[in-house]
Design a binder for this molecule. Sequence first.
Ligand code: AMP
Ligand code: MG
Length: 346
Amino acid sequence: MTKRWIVETNVDKTQTYPQLVEASNLIKENEVVAFPTETVYGLGANAKSDEAVEKIFKAKGRPSDNPLIVHISNEEQLDELVEEIPGSAQKLMKAYWPGPLTIIFKNKQGVLSERVTAGLDTVGIRMPDHPIALHLIEESGLPIAAPSANRSGKPSPTTAQHVLEDLEGRISGIVDGGETGVGVESTVVDCTREIPMILRPGGVTKEQLEQIAGQVLVDPSLKEGEGAPKSPGMKYAHYAPNAPLFLVEGDKKAIDELILEKQAEGLKVGVLTTEERKDDYQAECVIACGKREQLETVAHSLYETLRAFNKRDVDIIFSEVFPLEGVGLAIMNRLQKAAGYRYIKR
Ligand code: AMP
Ligand code: MG
């Protein structure tokens, strides 16, 4: 049985909420509980307990070499968890915590479960910018390990309903705080290096990081989609809808031609586009994913859109591509993974 607590999104820091007390008690008892963050829903457990963390891997079907991000609610918690806080990390924390930024630190041995770090000597930590998440962490008094609350390989959940579709009966509970905001996961930045390096693009953009920390590198393997990524999780197939997805580099005409070709073969075609063009395509299923002019809205709706194709009768999906700037870098990273890096260039 998965318990569902419905809680208003804007919980007040100074109040006690019986639902969150109950949820945090389960975390203290080493059970797993899903909760909203500003990026996507997370699946939380006591990061110090092997037993608790093992339950996350089991519920998700997550490969065991993929480390988990640890969530904290105040900076004092860091001292217990990490060896040192480099200057670059200090500046970035000041600017973007709480927020969609995970920082990789040198891990203090023997505090966190080794299942969290997957045996690495580093650990990814973030402070989520969501009142429910912060309240829950504070109430439990523990660092909470929390990957996205989806079955491994599926698009990350941006509503409680998505979580339940994947994990109902597999987890102890879910705090339902409505839809999440950013829609793509946190940016993972490695601050153990001389020059910080983005291992996973996400909610905080490269441009925003550079404003605060000066030069910031991007893991080169992300650009080509080949070579060994420095973040273990980046090598896995992820986010894929059931029908094969292709990214189309070309104008609207290129997608129109592809639609006609596939329809002539008797296939039902899906198109992932944006509000601006949703009425322009003659395909069986056209879904608008936000507005191209505001890439944040595309990020917000991306996983919901990928999940929506699974509810429709389509044999193949063509997606428009987005510029590799700002949050576009994170959007394209997720779309490339969802498409298995299949591009059509016309
Ligand atoms: P998720 O928890 O599903 O949002 O995924 C977490 C991402 O952060 C994965 O891509 C992990 O591989 C990455 N990650 C977590 N901890 C580390 C670490 N210590 N070093 C590098 N990448 C990490
Ligand atoms: Mg995930």
